[in-house]
Design a binder for this molecule. Sequence first.
Ligand code: CU
Length: 165
Amino acid sequence: MRFLIILIILLPAFAFAGPMKMIGEKGKPSEVTRTINIKMYDNYYEPAEINVKKDETIKFIVLNVGELVHEFNIATKEMHIKHQPEMMMMVENEILLSDKVDKEKMKQMAKKNPSMGHSHSNSVLLSPGEKGELVWKFSNKAKIEAACNVPGHYEVGMIAKISEI
Ligand SMILES: [Cu+2]
């Protein structure tokens, strides 16, 4: 009986870990073998295509050189689509403005709704001029892409193709 209860408690956690594992996992800084510099413009990335090897841990140094807020998010297409309502809610709550992220408001709102903190190991959200880092270990088990889910940006093609080599 106790085993069953534990299983029921753990099941949702496994269900959540499933799709994340498919895209790889947060990388350890000590295992980084390559650094890739990404520039975010309005509304595209440079480079627009990234080649990765299986089990490779890459450090992305992401710089927003655009005039709008942008995100660099590593996920499947399905995950990006699912993430978009959360970004829209951040806009509606005036956390995410077109040219800046209101970090103070973000902290306040995150106390009530953790998803408003935009704390995802597979994503960096940057204001214009801001620089961020993301260390990712690729598993190459699913078709993935780096994309920006700021409302409207994915739709106009702010996507960087990630190819397995
Ligand atoms: Cu964007």
